[in-house]
Structure formats: structure tokens, C-alpha cells
Design a protein around this ligand. Sequence first.
Ligand SMILES: NC(=O)c1ccc[n+]([C@@H]2O[C@H](COP(=O)([O-])OP(=O)(O)OC[C@H]3O[C@@H](n4cnc5c(N)ncnc54)[C@H](OP(=O)(O)O)[C@@H]3O)[C@@H](O)[C@H]2O)c1
Length: 317
Amino acid sequence: MAEAPVTAPGPGQLLLKTLYLEFSPAQKSWMENVAPYRAPVSIGDVMPGNAAAVVVESGDSGFAPGDLVTGPFGWQEFPTVPASEAVGVPDGVPAASALSVLGVSGKTAYGGLINVGKPRAGDTVLVSGAAGAVGAIVGQIAKIAGCRVIGIAGGPDKCLWLTETVGYDEAIDYRADDFKARLKALCPNGVDIFFDNVGGEILNLALARLARGARVVICGGVARLNMDARDPSKMIEGPRNYFNVVFTGATIQGFLVYDFQDQFPDIVRQLTAWLRTGQLVSHEDIRTGFENAPATLRGIFEGANQGKQMLKVAEAN
Ligand SMILES: NC(=O)c1ccc[n+]([C@@H]2O[C@H](COP(=O)([O-])OP(=O)(O)OC[C@H]3O[C@@H](n4cnc5c(N)ncnc54)[C@H](OP(=O)(O)O)[C@@H]3O)[C@@H](O)[C@H]2O)c1
């Protein structure tokens, strides 16, 4: 933790007060320099991450003090940023929901499920990491699309939360002894879409349950991220059940949310509309205290979060 003077905004810049930080497993890979889509974090750099903030002082005609914005402002309490990085929070949407549902998690859930998974009414959709940020949104969008939705999460409390609060039809605890049997019992006709946030053994078992023509959407591999990426000998091996893709004519496709950049305005419009009608609910797990940012990031690798992990840094006023 370092202190530095607050910088007044120059032309085209904004001085912000950070309200919330958001956390994603990908932040670990940014520090390990294994994410090819962005420059590595160096020792001494501000830790990268998305935030919601309020404009304190504006050097840009598009923003005024008091405006709520989101963007990649990093772990800073009073960042001075280019106005081009800031996106206004739509009226009537809380800043935290904008950071989650209208941010990377929501765009990932929508783009991955709709563009790659291509859901049809009546499909059985299986989601791993279902009680996390992306998973809780994928489940709701799949329900809107008319699918039967089954979530996989760690522990009975998260599973109950998925069915009672988030709207999943069924939930399976992958830590329970009967995980494999429940997966088989709940998918008697197979899985049409497997939206995978986890990888490893969960991906392997899901591949054994594919329906004809299934779509396997590789969004994340948090089980892999728990490994030490600097030691390839400790990395998770590929799935043993991969050949079922041949028997079922299934496709396995990975994606990065940035693949859908051209569609972001339309995706955000749709997600905002669902938030406003209440068809989509933002589920946030909010801790407090700027000094708790490193521990909060570590927590998501231990399954500490239910919904989108965030940290409240300050009040808007
Ligand atoms: N492709 C893209 O463009 C893109 C964009 C954003 C995110 N992602 C990826 O999507 C995934 C989900 O991200 P998120 O932000 O929604 O995270 P998240 O699900 O909110 O948090 C991680 C969750 O993963 C589970 N987990 C942790 N270690 C695990 C392990 N060893 N095995 C099984 N589950 C484990 C934990 O839930 P349990 O208690 O249920 O285990 C934890 O709560 C991540 O892999 C992330 O990198 C991809």
C-alpha cells in the first residue's frame, strides 16, 4: 500500500473517488503474466481492476462532478484517469450493479451464453462456478431464454442459494460424495449447453453427459488458476472424456469477452432493460475496506464469494 498526492485532472481527464472495486479470478493470471490479451503487471504498478467511482473534478465536457462511472481504474482511492476510460452508469441502476451486470461479468455471461452457447427454449444448460459472478448471471439469462438450468457450486449453502434466490432449477454440490450420481440423474437426456467456468475434473465429468449436438462453452478455468502457473508440471491435464465430443457431434469453443466488443452497446442495452424490469437481478457479495483488497481477491479462490465479489471503498457523498 502506497500513498501518493492526488493529481488534479488535466484536459480530457477525470479525478474520481472510488466507490467499489470488483474482483475476478483473471486478476491472478494478469500478475503471473499468463494472460496474452493484456500487458503483464510489474512490481510497483497499480494493481489493475475495474471500479465504480464518482467524478470529483472533471476536465472533460462529457462528465460533471457527481456523475457515476465505471472503468478500469485500478486499485486506487482517488485515481486521475482519461475520460475515455470512463463509462457512465445508466439512470436508475446502482453503481455496484453497473460494475457487475453491465461490466465484464455480465458481458461475459451474455456473450458466452448467447453467442457461443446459442440457447434454445427447452435446452438443458449446465453451468459450473454457478454461484460466482458470471455463473449467477448465466443462469438467469438461460432462464430468460426458456432453458432448464442446472448449476454446479461448492457446498450446500451455495446450492440452496442458487435454487431459492438466483432461480436455477437444480443445483449440484461438486464437493459432495454423490456429485457424479446427481449429475447423471439430473441430466437424463444429456446436457445441451455446458457453460464452464472451472475446468479440471468438473469439465471432464460434464463431457461424459453431453447431448447430441451439445455446445461446450469454455469461459474460465478457475481450477487451473488455483495451480502455480510458473510450474507447468503442476498444471491440470486435459479432460479424459474428450472423445465423447466425437460420439455426440458436440463443439467445444472458448472465447474472450473482448471478442464481442462490437456488440457491447447492444449487450449493455439488453442487460440494462432486464435489470430495470427485474428479469435480471444483480447479486453482489460486498466486503468493506480498501486495505482488504488483496485478501478479498484471494478469497475467490477459496470460494468465499456468493455472486459478484466486490469491495466497498467509500460512500458517494
Ligand atoms: N472468457 C472471458 O472473457 C472471461 C471473462 C470473465 C471471467 N472469466 C472467467 O470466468 C470464471 C468465473 O469468473 P467469475 O468472475 O465469475 O469468478 P467467480 O465465479 O465469482 O469466483 C470464483 C469461484 O470459483 C469457484 N472455485 C474456486 N476455486 C475452484 C476450484 N478449484 N474448483 C472449482 N471451483 C472453484 C468458487 O466457487 P465454489 O465455492 O462454487 O467453488 C469461487 O467462488 C473465471 O475462470 C474467470 O477467469 C472469463
